[in-house]
Structure formats: structure tokens, C-alpha cells
Design a protein. Sequence first.
Length: 259
Amino acid sequence: MQQSFTGLDDHALSRALADAAGRLLLDLRSGWTGDAADLRSAGDAQSHTLLMELLSTTRPNDAVLSEEGVDSTVRLAAERVWIVDPLDGTREFGEVPRSDWAVHVALWENGDLVSGAVARPAMGSTLATDEVLTVPARADGPVRLAVSRTRPPEFVTRLAAAIDAELVPMGSAGIKATAVVDDVVDAYVHAGGQFEWDSAAPVAVARAAGLHTSRIDGTPLDYNREDPKLPDLLICRPQLASMLLDAISTLTHEDPDRG
């Protein structure tokens, strides 16, 4: 397996890593006979272990920030940091045959995201920065907002009401973000608390597709910070960004705690 990763640039490696972890997760899921909780735990752990092993051989001098790993301050002085979520949507992964879960792999270098991949193994699809990504033209109709199927946040519900938008339920953060690239939705707005690994790869992919990415107050999304919490984000079609940011600003001034 390691030889197939030899000579890949960072963009291609992002895809290869995400796909390798995705294959492992599909194999694990297909042969599982235990309960869902143990499947989720095994998926998180085994995907993390594989990604760490592959990164240690392909990019041994780079630092890593993983949801399933122990964080180290070493990364704060590093020029290159891989930010990974070995299994985005652990809940969905354990609910066979749901397909709305993902693997995130992104590279931060000298202050910004430079490559990334979001593998959607059960959907048979990976979006990555090693390809030309384009978003189809938007059809007429209400703005479509991605929202959690199981935990729709009150803030996004109020935003949808304010702009007369349609809520489209789906699973993990990566699935919601890449749904904008796929033209399943027009925007993904999150204000309920996330970490860098939740959004780094989706943001890298969204940027490569020409989408708007920011905090919900319009400020930049910064990565590889001492505190990896990155609580909110907006990913949307560029032509909708000003309207959405204005509507979000109005709502947050009405309710500073954002529900």
C-alpha cells in the first residue's frame, strides 16, 4: 500500500489518503456483526491509525492535527500541518446503510489551506483539490440550506424563515459542505460549534470550486491555531454570500447567543 503513495504531490496525496481510509471503513462496515456503538468506535480508531501510519511514511516531517489523536503544541511551530477527520459523521457511519458520512484530509501550509480531499466512500465519490471542480448553474427557486437530519439547529431554522429558504436534511459536516459543490444545496451555514478538522478539508474543496467560505460574520477561517475550536462557518455560492451574511448579522444582533 505504501508504494502506491510514492511520488504523489500534496493534492494527489490528500485524495489517496482519504480514499484509503474510506476503503478501510467500507470493509469494516461490510463485515461487521457487532453493535453499532462498537462499529463507530472501531471506525474512528482504525481510520485514524491508518492515516497516521501513511502520513508518517509519506510526509514524515509534517505535523498532524487529527480529531482522534492527541494534540501537540509542536504543530504550532510547524510550516506544514495535516488536518484530518478520520471519520466525519460517526453517527451516520453506524447507521447502516446510510451513506452521508465522510473522511477529511487537508494540508495547512504557512498560514493557509493548500490542498484537501473529502471522501464519501458509501456514495462512491471523492472531491479533492487535484481536480478541476465546478459548481453547476443554480436553478430557479428558493435558497436551499443544508441542515442536520437529526439535530437541526434553531439558528439555521430561523435563518431559513428569514430568507424564505428550504431546509435540506443530511448527515455529516463534510456531506453538507460538499453538497454545495454538487448543487444539492446552495449554502451550508453552521453556528453550533465545530473544530478545525470538521471544516478544513471541506473548505479547501469548496474554495477550489470557487465557492465563498468564511466565518458567519464574514471574517476568514483560520487554521492551525492553538485552540482548534472553530465554531462557525459559511460555505455558499458567491452570489449569495452578501445576502446570507446580512441575514445572519441581523439574526445574531437579535440573539447574540445564536440560539
